[in-house]
Design a protein around this ligand. Structure first.
Ligand code: ZN
Ligand code: ZN
Length: 370
């Protein structure tokens, strides 16, 4: 067995061990433990066996194999195909889905005219939809209320022609329900310090910390659209999935939808990272130590289901000085996200006004002295 290349860890406290030629043993500088090579190897093997029960990052989507659709699912898919329309944007390649009665005229992304391409393949039929909770007027009001309060915003951004482009867009999301196992071990450190006369006392106490938990998730979302920034979609969370309904074409009437171009296997690493980071935070948060040293976290996904769900977003892009700015309003809660470009000309005008004021001030000051 190749053991020389591996770092041994202390069986007491998990800190790195060092070989002491004097003692002919492996010693821990942290807890002063001493171990023979056999003891160190035994601990390493025990740790390896333990770690192998968790995910080292190689875990693939633990999804059940795709089942052949039932007759009623097939019928729903066929109906979806017949009732849907697919538009595509020759300029940016966006593909827009609408129902047969809602014509898309411009691309929600780059604002160029779109062309009708046909129908949408039944496999893209969503399983759930979270309906819009408010109309466009309200979305415009939210956007204007936000943008108008800010300084140095380009005038075009808050013009009626621009906010007219706010599009009620159903964004495709993969929403995961999952059961995970999470384990954390380490040394909790608490430090206490006090003074008696001329002496300052510091007491450091260490505790072995172990946390072992099953953590379940409902509704961890990841958007399935390449065109829309992931950060932007995360910024308008959360959505209340209890309001989600089984998909019905009627919800699309008057709105646009995206069809996913990132499949569930591609979003899996992103969803997994969010759950693992959250697990680690939960376990750490369940302790009351100032610091946890020699910490190790282990995680694993025990089961996972993805729902293909459409989520309501009022979406708008704004092209300014060669850059495309994206804005999104959560169509359920009204939470808004996006960055505002700063209009240099407005900034310059304000600066020169301030500059003039200061100059005047000095001049007046100057007159007073003479
Ligand atoms: Zn130790
Ligand atoms: Zn486009």
């Amino acid at each position: 067995m190749e053991t020389e290349a591996r770092q041994f860890h202390c069986p007491n406290c998990n800190a790195d061990l060092k070989f002491s030629p004097d003692l002919q043993k492996f010693v821990c500088e942290f807890c002063k433990g001493e171990f023979t090579e056999a003891e160190a190897i035994a601990y390493m093997n025990q740790q390896d066996a333990f770690a192998s029960q968790f995910d080292d990052g190689s875990q693939q989507t633990p999804l059940p194999p795709e089942q052949t659709p039932t007759d009623s699912q097939n019928a729903e898919r066929t109906r979806f195909e017949e009732e849907s329309r697919l538009y595509s944007c020759p300029s940016c390649g966006a593909e827009i889905v609408s129902d047969a009665n809602t014509a898309a005229s411009f691309c929600y992304y780059c604002h160029n005219p779109v062309i009708l391409k046909g129908r949408v393949d039944g496999m893209y039929r969503p399983s759930m939809v979270l309906p819009f909770a408010f109309n466009k007027d309200k979305a415009v009001e939210i956007f204007m209320g936000w943008a108008k309060k800010k300084k140095f915003v380009p005038r075009d951004l808050v013009s009626s022609g621009q906010v007219e482009k706010l599009t009620g867009l159903y964004v495709p999301f993969w929403v995961a329900d999952s059961s995970t196992s999470s384990y954390m071990e380490g040394l909790g450190e608490n430090v206490r310090s006090w003074r008696v006369g001329d002496y300052q006392y510091t007491e450091t106490k260490y505790y072995k910390v172990i946390r072992d938990a099953t953590i379940n998730y409902e509704g961890v979302p990841a958007d399935g659209s390449q065109k829309i920034e992931d950060d932007l979609m995360e910024a308008i969370e959360p959505f209340d999935y209890s309001q989600a309904r089984p998909f019905n074409m009627a919800y699309l009437s008057g709105f646009m939808a995206d069809k996913y171009d990132v499949d569930k296997n591609q979003v899996f690493p992103r969803v997994r990272e969010r759950m693992y980071n959250n697990n680690n935070d939960i376990l750490q948060g369940s302790t009351h130590y100032h610091v946890i040293k020699n910490k190790r976290n282990f995680n694993r996904i025990d089961s996972l289901t993805f729902h293909y769900m459409l989520l309501p977003v009022w979406f708008m892009t704004f092209s300014y000085k060669g850059k495309l700015w994206e804005y999104a309003v959560n169509g359920q809660t009204g939470k808004l996200a996006g960055e505002l470009p700063i209009s240099k000309s407005k900034l310059a005008v304000t600066c020169s006004i301030i500059g003039t004021l200061i100059m005047l001030f000095f001049m007046i000051g100057g007159y007073l002295i003479t």
